[in-house]
Each structure stands twice: as C-alpha cells, then as structure tokens.
Design a protein around this ligand. Structure first.
Ligand SMILES: O=C1O[C@H](COP(=O)(O)O)[C@@H](O)[C@H](O)[C@H]1O
Length: 263
C-alpha cells in the first residue's frame, strides 16, 4: 500500500472518492518508472487501435516537467509513427528553443520518432505558430488543428494531461479571467494572459479549450508527489471553474477522467 493510499484510508493501490456525483479514480504506483511504463503502454495501445480503425492516430500531450519520462518511454513502442500526429495541450508563448518551451521538451524527448527532413516519423504540431503576436498565434494554431480534420475539430485518440501543484492543468489556472469562457467556447485554442499579482501564469500562454480536450477518446492525467495528490483531492470539492478549474473539469467531462499517480 502506498503512503498516499494509507493517508486516504484506502487498502489498495487504486484510490477512489466521490466528487459531486463523479467518481475520481487514481491508479497509484510506487515509483515513476512503473507509472511511466503503464502510461506509455496505454498511449501506444490507443494509437495502435486508432491506426487499425481509422488508418491514423491523433493525440495531444501536455508539457511541464512530469511527462518527459513518459515520452522517453513511448519512443520504444512498436508503432507506425508515420501515421501518428501529436499536438500540444498548451504552451508558453516563448521561442521554441527556450528552456521554458514545452515544444522544446517534447521535441527533445520524442526526437527518435519525430519526422524530420530525412526521416518518416510522427508529426508534431506545436501551438507556437506566431511568436510575435499571441492572439494571431492562437488563431493560427486553431487553423492548424482544424486542418488535421478537414476544417472540423479533431477527435483526439488520447490526451496526456498534467496538473501543477496549484492544480492548474493545460494553461487553465485558478483565478484567471479566461476560465469564464474556456469551458464553453467553440474555439479550440485560446490565448491566456499572465497574472499581474506575481502568481502563475507569469508568461503569456496558449491553451486548448476544454471542449477541444473533451473531444478525446481517453483522457489521462499523470501527477506525482503527495502534494499534488492532496491538492487534487481538495480541488475536487469545488466545481467552480474560476476557483477550481480541475474540479470543474472533472465535473463536466463527458468521459471518465483517469488519474495516474506516482510517489
Ligand atoms: O505549465 C504547465 O504545467 C502543467 C504541469 O506541469 P508539471 O511540471 O507540474 O508536470 C503541465 O501539464 C502543462 O502542460 C504546462 O504547460
């Protein structure tokens, strides 16, 4: 039994609790290695099933620090990578070679399977389509995403999501004005302005909207550490998108959101 399971008084490595009529299920792993294998296998299975059913797979992946080992596991999967497209869940509006860039992290971690000039591999769609103009960047990223599906919103075969210690996910943060529209907008991509009080987000960002993320066949959040697990548990007590965006996300999501946790 993990320490987290013990703390929540659950006798096995699946934690569940009720949150406003939804059951939150967290699969707990003793270490990030085991969690990474589980998640990379889950992604690869979804991509394979999509290729078998529809000849191609489209998925979305988050940034930050936690998912890098997942991407590094995933490159070993036996897949026809040329039939796969990966788009971003969110991004900081910074040049893609900067340390803060999710694009940079994802490209580095996935390099062996990414398409480049000499290699047929997975296509990677960065949300950074215009570094000089945040609003134009969001519009161009939206178009690029819709172009994946003949102008319509794409249905994603898998969404790998993360959550920060402050419970933000994608670039949807507690107390950001964008939360008033990001759950209901028809847009796929929205610009997010930094907070002026010094709290995160400190950089301008771009995020997929909640309806865009919801349009995924499987949605899996990967979080690590006791603090994030405790933060998730408390956040699910509140479903107000402004104060508790992750609580609101779980409450409104049409599919069962999965959580994977490692200590
Ligand atoms: O800012 C971001 O943070 C979250 C969580 O990142 P982590 O480093 O705490 O794992 C991430 O999911 C998101 O994509 C990223 O832009």
């Amino acid at each position: 039994m993990t320490e987290a399971a013990h703390k929540l008084n659950v006798s096995e490595d699946v934690l569940t609790w009720n949150a406003h009529g939804k059951t939150v299920t967290v699969h707990c792993f003793a270490n990030t290695q085991r969690a990474g294998t589980y998640i990379a296998d889950a992604i690869a299975d979804s991509l394979r099933q999509a290729i078998d059913a529809r000849t191609k797979a489209v998925w979305i992946g988050c940034g930050g620090t936690t998912p890098k080992p997942i991407y590094q596991h995933l490159i070993h999967a036996e897949l026809d990578w040329s039939k796969v497209t990966l788009a971003q869940v969110d991004e900081r509006v910074v040049p893609v070679d900067e340390a803060a860039s999710n694009t940079r992290m994802m490209r580095e971690a996935l390099a062996p399977v990414l398409a480049d000039k000499d290699h047929t591999g997975m296509k990677f769609l960065t949300l950074i389509q215009d570094i000089d103009d945040q609003a134009a960047c969001a519009e161009k990223a939206e178009k690029a995403l819709r172009d994946l599906n003949g102008g319509e919103a794409p249905r994603f075969d898998f969404a790998l999501m993360g959550m920060g210690p402050d419970t933000h996910y994608a670039s949807i943060f507690p107390h950001n004005p964008i939360n008033a529209e990001v759950y209901t907008t028809e847009r796929l991509v929205l610009p997010v302005q930094p907070h002026t009080d010094g709290s995160e987000p400190k950089l301008p960002r771009i995020t997929l909207s909640v309806p865009a993320i919801n349009n995924s066949r499987r949605i899996l959040f990967y979080i690590t550490g006791q603090a994030k697990l405790d933060a998730l548990k408390s956040a699910t007590e509140d479903t107000d998108p402004y104060t508790s965006p992750i609580g609101a996300f779980i409450a409104q999501c049409p599919t069962d959101v999965e959580f994977v946790w490692a200590s």
